[in-house]
Structure formats: C-alpha cells, structure tokens
Write a protein that binds this ligand. Structure first.
Ligand code: ZN
Length: 284
C-alpha cells in the first residue's frame, strides 16, 4: 500500500507533467473509480472539461489537483492505484479506470487501479484544501507541521506508540513500513505506551520518522508488490534500504539478532528483539 514517499513521488511526477495543462475530455471506464464523486460520471467529466490544472498538492496519502475553476480533483491511490502518463496511442492497460486527455499534444493521464480501492472525485471549491481531506493531519515533511504540538499530543494519548504513528489525525502519511523503520532507528518497540515516553524520546522518534521518509522519497519510494510505480511506470528502490520491514529471521543490521515478526493491528510488525525489547507491562 502506498505511503507518503510513494504518493509524494507520484505527486512530483504529476506536477512535472500536468501542471498548467488544460483538460479536453475525461472518460470514466469504471464507475467504482469515481464512487466518491456523488453526482456521477457524466457530471465528473463535465466539470473537468476545459479546466486547467494549476498544480499538484498532497496531504498525507491524498493528492489534490487545484483547477482554475476553484475546484480540485482529489485522488487516492488506495492499495494499487497508479497515475500514469501515456501517449495517446499506447495500449490500454487492463485496469484502466479513468482517462484524462489534454488540449495539447502531450501525453494523457491514466488512472489505473487493479484492486479499485483508490479513486478520483471532484471537490467543489477545494482548490486551496478540499473539505474532504481537511481533517487529515499535516505530515512531518510539511513545513507547517508543528513538532511540539505533535510531541504533546502523542504524550497525551494513552496508546501504543506504533498505533499513534499510524493515526492520521495525529500525523499523516506514515504507514506500516515507515513506522517499523522509524521505531527500529529509535530503538523503541511499537507497543511502548505513548504517555510513558519522554519529550526528548518523542522528538528523537519524530526525527527518525522524517529521516526515513526523506530517504525513501529520494529513492522514489518502496515497491513491494510491483503495483506501486511512478508516473513513468518505474519502481522505487527504497526496499533495498529497509532495516527491519519484511526481514523476518534476517540479522538486525545493528546487532545481528534475527528480526522478529509480530501481529499488530491486523498487520505484520517487524522489530529487533534485542534493540527493541517489548515493554514489561503491556498497555491496558
Ligand atoms: Zn538489533
């Protein structure tokens, strides 16, 4: 599932290819891809035709494309959504859901989604920040992210630290992979109680979250299942830099202890039993 670095990589690619271009036509190939656009596919195509895309923005794992009408296209990649730039004569992808053609001769934008958990919608008046995603917290790469407010909010919660990192109302964009990597760097087990962490410990953890995300963006994200690719169809390569995630039984790069896998929030969590001991008292 794409996390912040993957979505940011897509954002950068999209911004390069579509900002400043005017939409000519929109074809919806599968209604499920625009199920969040309540007025339906005819309306979706009509409000976009003739509009110019001004930019490509992101909050957490959501992208939005502000338009010259004051509206915005919201895009969520879900599990397997891809935004691909393709020449008009390129063969149709088997899971092509939406095709956007432009008034110029440049490549078209295709939304391809095998598992159809992702989708597009138009947010009326959402150019600055769509209401639909305004509840999502800023992410730690956002220049306006408030470090001290985050540190205080996390320590106020009586929860496990990994659960807090995955809470999109507290900090957005961090998913399972990057939470595990940041916790390993911080030498914290994900089940540690947030209200028992010191301020410096939380600041340190936030620094590691930022480092991991920054390094992953430079690497173009992590491609685990070949479904995540950038707008040019290329995979990310941060999987080569993972220290714990997906490495059960392999030696911890710091101490050599075999990495363990545990279940947490219905997902696999990876950690080092030596560097990240379980808390003695589990959270109640
Ligand atoms: Zn270790």
């Amino acid at each position: 599932m794409p996390e912040l670095p993957e979505v940011e990589t897509v954002r950068q690619g999209l911004a390069e290819w579509v900002a400043g271009r005017t939409i000519e036509t929109v074809d919806v190939h599968h209604p499920r891809a625009i199920r969040r656009h309540m007025p339906g596919d005819v309306h979706f195509a009509a409000v976009l035709a003739g509009r110019t895309i001004l930019d490509v923005s992101r909050r957490g794992k959501y992208l939005w494309l502000p338009l010259d009408s004051g509206d915005a296209i919201i895009a969520h990649l879900g599990m397997s959504g891809q935004m691909l730039m393709r020449t008009a004569d390129a063969a149709e992808e088997p899971h092509l859901r939406v095709r956007i053609r432009f008034t110029d001769d440049g490549p078209e934008l295709r939304f391809v989604d095998q598992r159809t958990f992702g989708g597009l919608s138009v947010s009326e008046g959402g150019a600055a920040l769509p209401d639909e995603i305004a509840h999502i917290a800023r992410d730690p790469m956002d220049p306006l992210f408030d470090d001290e407010a985050f540190v205080a909010a996390l320590r106020r919660k009586h929860t496990e630290v990994k659960r807090a990192l995955l809470d999109q109302t507290l900090i957005s964009g961090v998913g399972n992979i990057y939470a595990d990597e940041a916790l390993w760097r911080a030498k914290l087990h994900g089940a540690r109680a947030t209200d028992a962490l010191t301020k410096p410990a939380v600041r340190r953890l936030l620094g590691h979250v930022r480092d991991v995300l920054r390094e992953a963006i430079v690497a173009g994200g992590t491609s685990f299942d070949a479904l995540y690719i950038n707008v040019n169809g290329e995979s990310g390569y941060f999987d080569r830099s993972l220290n714990v995630y997906g490495r059960e039984g392999q030696p911890c790069p710091r101490c050599g202890t075999p990495i363990r896998r545990e279940q947490f929030m219905n997902r696999s969590s990876y950690s080092c039993p030596h560097c990240q001991p379980r808390p003695r008292k589990p959270l109640r």
